[in-house]
Design a protein around this ligand. Sequence first.
Ligand code: GAR
Length: 192
Amino acid sequence: MKKSIGRDKIKTAIFISGSGSNLKNLIKFSYKRNSPVSIKLVISNKRNAKGLKYANQKKIEKKIINFVRPKESEKKILSLLTKRKIKFICLAGFMKILSSNFIKKFNGKIANIHPSLLPKYKGLHTHKKVLENNEKFSGCTVHYVTAKLDSGKIILQKKVKISKTDTENTLKRKIIKQEHKLYTNAIKKIFN
Ligand code: GAR
């Protein structure tokens, strides 16, 4: 992908649905000199997504789009992305599936973070399934988004060791810490 030069950072949108710890971390990263991206827009499908407060704190434009009628919602989002000259999208805990039509319009320009070592454990309830299967390792993956769920080309992956005492919650906490590092490293890898 095109390199970001000097202050000419790539205008980026982040899509969220929930607590927004990845969003918070990406915003923090975006202010660093070595960040190739600048966060210009936050989209949430949930009005009460906790993560929206981070957009508020930094006065980043935010939009709530409820996806009750997905086609209409995507049309609204696409129009906003065009108006704001957004060139890159990061999905960060965004729990809606984007249509292939939407993805085609941003082909190769949407990244997602998933809390497993893809291609293992696609979809929901990752940590629960991993523990039920007595896995020794789990982790997280940043990948490009394609029309097939959690299946696009992998950009970076980080392995996390599971201990015997891990519960869904402790594993989630361990992995999310790694997610934060992984997402910023993946963005650097994409643009450098
Ligand atoms: C993260 O663990 C992310 O990997 C996961 O949702 C969480 C969002 O946390 N995403 C998915 O499961 C997508 N399939 P956050 O809102 O605190 O960033």
